[in-house]
Design a protein around this ligand. Structure first.
Ligand code: ADP
Ligand code: MG
Length: 241
């Protein structure tokens, strides 16, 4: 579904991604973990070319994203949902409006179609009763679940998550991870940058450990958490576990 080939990204003299080549298959759940500043967010943003790579190629479903027009890129990007640490909901719209907006604007759904879909998605994330509320009246965990529903409203092929629970109070982390787990169980292809090791252990098909501009190692959660291969990963796990 996604392939990156010799991906590199520099900001001025700071080379953040040094040479990354990896593949994500349809239906896989990948958790990317690694120290702060190691380039995880940059990598994720390169996957949908929100950030233009300095070198290398990114393919999505066989299309080279790094070598197409802005128009074509926008169409393909619609299939890549993204959820960030901050929730970025539209503050002047209620929850239902937040979720149904893009399908109407971008996918030309009728109001009725969009509303039906949005209502279904709000049920899925456990927020059917909040449809008419405004984001400011919701908790962080609820807002993040709306953000997930909003991304799903575009019917994406893959979901990219960048530390979706890092900004949440601890008691709200679980409800968001539960929604993500359900999504994984439903077969969604997911790439999740996270510090939630419990989630990575239980839900990931593969853990990618990123440090110093490289994906240092890839393993199943069992392999990675029990017997990390690289010293870099051992050091990291010693610090956090
Ligand atoms: P992580 O998500 O793993 O914490 P990031 O991808 O956010 O790491 O950042 C990796 C490095 O790239 C950091 O040194 C950061 O300062 C730098 N960086 C990220 N985005 C930009 C940017 N837009 N301009 C300049 N430097 C950036
Ligand atoms: Mg980051």
């Amino acid at each position: 579904m996604i392939e990156v080939v010799n991906l590199k990204k520099s900001y001025g003299s700071n080379t953040v991604l040094k040479d990354i080549s990896e593949v994500v298959e349809k239906g896989q759940v990948i958790c990317i973990i690694g120290p702060s500043g190691s380039g995880k967010s940059t990598f994720l943003r390169c996957l949908n070319v929100l950030e233009q790579p300095s070198d290398g190629k990114v393919y999505f479903e066989g299309n080279e994203l790094t070598n197409i027009s802005e128009n074509e890129l926008n169409i393909l990007r619609e299939k890549m949902g993204m959820v960030f640490q901050g929730f970025n909901l539209f503050p002047n719209m209620n929850v239902l409006e937040n979720v149904k907006l893009a399908p109407m604007k971008v996918k030309n759904k009728t109001v009725a179609e969009a509303e039906k879909m949005a209502t279904g998605l709000l049920e899925k994330v456990g927020l059917a009763d909040k449809a008419k509320q405004f984001p400011s009246s919701l908790s962080g965990g609820q807002q993040q679940r709306v953000a997930i529903a909003r991304a799903l409203a575009m019917d994406p092929e893959v979901m990219l998550f960048d530390e979706p629970t890092s900004a949440l109070d601890p008691e709200m982390v679980g409800e968001v991870l539960k929604v993500m787990r359900n999504l994984a169980d439903s077969g969604m292809t997911m790439i999740v940058v996270t510090h939630e090791m419990g989630f990575a252990k239980e839900v990931a098909d593969q853990v990618w450990f990123m440090a110093d501009g490289y994906i240092q190692e890839i393993g199943t959660p069992e392999e990675f958490f029990k017997e990390p291969k690289t010293n870099r990963a051992k050091e990291f796990l010693d610090k956090i576990l």
